[in-house]
Design a protein around this ligand. Structure first.
Ligand code: FPP
Length: 250
């Protein structure tokens, strides 16, 4: 297998281009604390967090990583103060509108996963527009988990399958891991190989519960707005020191 010369050019020399994760997922934690440490309101941290995410997406693309999934809003985040929830919904919409042209030009294929019907209708429209406009792009998949909960995702898959069994469209014996995955929000998207969480918390927090079964975990104390290329390089370097056995013995 030969690597693309453009990737080799920009990839740090201590990373093996053939052993990069194909899919990286991030729990972008610490925006609020970052802002508070600067004496700023929490929303400033979310704003800075968008720049960090944009830079990470660009970095993944430059280094030939095929998919990036970001946890933008969980099913539990509705419990935050209403002004913060409203700010985040408006931010998602504004960022989508502002960045769409560049994402089209850069070959980014955008996906949103989660219970999207509960989002404000103007945001749903932007999401629809962005997914449609980028559906044929092939450079990198950018998956945004919004109003996402791993338990809710698994439950809705169970319901959809049960419905098909009761209507006779499916038999019980047809249910296996492969077909179950086809009923998840992430159908057609590979599982993450590496899950990064910033700000030091050692939790999965209801994120991609099915999909991260064999992902390598990387937790850094760095708060999300400070997670830069250097930090990502460190996470990839750490990942490449691991021996992924998938429960088997070598
Ligand atoms: C967690 O930090 C961060 C969030 C709940 C929001 C993350 C969203 C973005 C960075 C915007 C992404 C935008 C698009 C369009 C994909 P926190 O507030 O929980 O931080 P804390 O733990 O310090 O309070």
């Amino acid at each position: 297998m030969t690597a693309n010369p453009a990737i080799l050019h920009s990839l740090p020399a201590d990373l093996d281009v053939l052993r990069l994760p194909k899919h990286v997922a991030v729990i972008m934690d610490g925006n609020g604390r970052w802002a508070q440490r600067q004496g700023q309101p929490r929303f400033m941290g979310h704003r800075r967090g968008v720049d960090t995410l944009k830079e990470l997406l660009r970095c993944c693309k430059d280094w030939g990583i095929g998919a990036l999934t970001a946890y933008a809003f969980s099913t539990e985040n509705w419990g935050r103060p209403m002004p913060e929830v409203d700010f985040l919904m408006t931010l998602f919409e504004r960022v989508l509108r502002r960045e769409l042209k560049e994402m089209i030009d850069e070959g980014v294929q955008i996906h949103f996963v989660g219970d999207l019907q509960a989002l404000p209708s103007s945001l749903q429209e932007e999401i629809e527009r962005a997914m449609l406009a980028t559906q044929h792009n092939e450079k990198i998949k950018f998956v945004v988990a919004t109003n996402y909960g791993g338990r809710r995702e698994i439950l809705q898959a169970c319901r959809a399958i049960a419905q098909k069994v009761s209507s006779g469209e499916l038999n019980l014996e047809d249910i296996d891991e492969g077909m179950f995955e086809q009923h998840l929000y992430t159908a057609g998207i590979s599982h993450p190989d590496l899950l990064i969480r910033t700000s030091g918390e050692m939790r999965v927090s209801n994120f991609l519960l099915w999909q991260v079964a064999y992902a390598e975990l990387y937790v850094t104390q760095t708060l999300w707005p400070d997670f830069d290329r250097k930090e990502f390089h460190q996470a990839l370097f750490d990942y490449q020191q691991r021996h992924r056995r998938f429960g088997k013995v070598k």
